[in-house]
Design a protein around this ligand. Structure first.
Ligand SMILES: Nc1ncnc2c1ncn2[C@@H]1O[C@H](COP(=O)(O)OP(=O)(O)OP(=O)(O)O)[C@@H](O)[C@H]1O
Length: 260
């Protein structure tokens, strides 16, 4: 990627409200090609809302968003972005195999056209990358939480994205899956992908992080080197509690861009 390639994400002075309440109050966030940026902050500081604004599922009231140098309204290359939303499970009411769930990550490449052999091959490559190829034919509902998270990550990887966005990928994930996730991210970074991570704490991903952006009450309070490993919990106002599955009711806002 050339040094003057446009930023993967350029969110500028973003203002957004949810439920009539201001949640983002002028957020600036830049993620450059090949960069790994961690978005940190206390519960409710606006981290998830920020990434949801980046993928177009929370509308901005003010400010600008460019993706790979293209204004959001004209951006069509959604296959360049892989998104793992917060605390979803890969299982839904519909019985689906692991491979089918991963293959839906190819929809942004070819719309509703039938899947071809190369889609299946791409799905299998992504499953192999997260150590789940041997479960490809199994129902997602039969997997553990950590394994389901790996499947969602495979779905995000299947279109070989230039930007990977993950919202608290380590939350509620067993140690083995955390290890697989850290290795997968490492490979993606080596491949040259930009990565935006919402994290509760840097943990095992710390060596990968180039820059940390800390939010507080919808505003950026730090944009620079990651805080020391133990510092995250010491951030002012940090009161993080996990899991927070009760938040799921919040996920019904307008979705226009990259649908989870
Ligand atoms: N759909 C919604 N309707 C109303 N308020 C919402 C909605 N989604 C989020 N909020 C509120 O917006 C604020 C920011 O939420 P957000 O999920 O972005 O924070 P966060 O930093 O990701 O927190 P957490 O670490 O708990 O996930 C919170 O006060 C939250 O309650």
């Amino acid at each position: 990627m050339s040094a003057d390639a446009p930023a993967a994400v350029c969110l500028c002075d973003a203002v957004a409200s949810l439920g009539g309440r201001p949640v983002l109050r002028g957020v600036d966030l830049v993620v450059r090609p090949g960069e790994v940026v961690a978005l940190l902050g206390a519960n409710g500081s606006g981290k998830s809302t920020t990434v949801r604004a980046v993928v177009g599922s929370v509308p901005l009231q003010r400010g600008g968003l460019e993706l790979f140098g293209t204004p959001y309204g004209r951006f069509r290359d959604w296959h360049r972005i892989g998104y793992v939303p917060q605390r979803t499970t890969a299982a839904s009411g519909v019985p689906a195999s692991v491979r089918e769930v991963v293959a839906t990550g190819r929809l942004s490449r070819h719309g509703l056209l039938p899947f071809r052999r190369r889609d299946r091959e791409a799905a299998d490559r992504a499953l192999a990358a997260v150590g789940m190829l041997d479960r490809a034919g199994d129902g997602v509902a039969d997997l553990s939480g950590g394994q389901q998270q790996r499947v969602l990550i495979a779905r995000a990887l299947v279109s070989e994205p230039d930007l990977l966005i993950m919202d608290e990928p380590m939350a509620g994930v067993d140690l083995a899956s955390q290890q697989v996730l850290a290795e997968t991210l490492h490979r993606e970074v080596e491949r040259g992908a930009a990565v935006l991570l919402v994290l509760h704490e840097l943990g095992p991903l710390e060596p990968l992080i180039d820059r940390a952006v800390v939010l507080r009450d919808g505003c950026v309070t730090h944009d620079g080197p990651p805080p020391p490993a133990t510092g995250q919990h010491a951030l002012p106002g940090h009161d993080h509690v996990h899991p927070h599955a009760a938040d799921d009711h919040r996920r019904s806002t307008t979705a226009t861009g990259l649908l989870p």
